[in-house]
Design a protein around this ligand. Sequence first.
Ligand SMILES: Cc1cc2nc3c(=O)[nH]c(=O)nc-3n(C[C@H](O)[C@H](O)[C@H](O)COP(=O)(O)OP(=O)(O)OC[C@H]3O[C@@H](n4cnc5c(N)ncnc54)[C@H](O)[C@@H]3O)c2cc1C
Length: 195
Amino acid sequence: MHFAPPSRAASVRDVPGGQELVLADGHTVEADIVICAIGATPATAWLRDGVLSLDPTSGAVLCDDTGFTGMPGIWAAGDCAQWASQASGLRPVGQWQEAVEQAGILSASLTGAAPAPFQEPYFWSEQYDVKIQGAGRISQADEVRVIDGSIETADLLVSYLREGAEVGILGFNRLREVKRWRKQRQVRAADVLVA
Ligand SMILES: Cc1cc2nc3c(=O)[nH]c(=O)nc-3n(C[C@H](O)[C@H](O)[C@H](O)COP(=O)(O)OP(=O)(O)OC[C@H]3O[C@@H](n4cnc5c(N)ncnc54)[C@H](O)[C@@H]3O)c2cc1C
């Protein structure tokens, strides 16, 4: 597996034995196959001329951290919405776990029930026989430590730290460790939403 620094892809061309990705900075990356993951866009065009505020870039419905849009009776959650803490980068956007947790918080707000506790941000991805799981505030880390294993063996545990304190974890086929980490870190909404 090859990790390249972030750079815009300029083109893809066929080369003997596979394909070659040409990056905007002139570097090239050879690969057997090229998968293009271009993200997702909320289907909110039909709301554009309405009363709701939409994020000018993504088109997501802007809400506070209970899903309230500011318009009485209108709430939004999931991929079509951008909650205040997501705008500030404290919560991830476009992930299954986030949509589920937002639904719990929103329904508690609507019914007056005690809000469900937020978990630390979490994502997973299955790449053939590798289950990749990440939890916590990985993007805010200033130090990355490999705790065990390696990418090559598809068995990896990585710790993310900020100012010496662990803020996130990443595992390749480390279901037990990531589950334990998440269980220990279940937090109240207010704890997560503080920078
Ligand atoms: C290819 C792909 C891979 C992904 N992989 C992962 C992953 O590995 N891990 C992870 O955590 N997340 C993953 N995600 C993200 C995850 O699927 C989403 O975050 C999650 O499904 C969001 O849930 P949602 O209910 O907000 O939206 P959706 O699941 O998109 O559901 C919205 C529903 O609303 C319907 N709809 C849209 N407009 C209207 C309308 N005007 N009227 C009525 N119905 C409407 C849609 O048809 C759809 O059924 C992936 C997403 C994609 C596209």
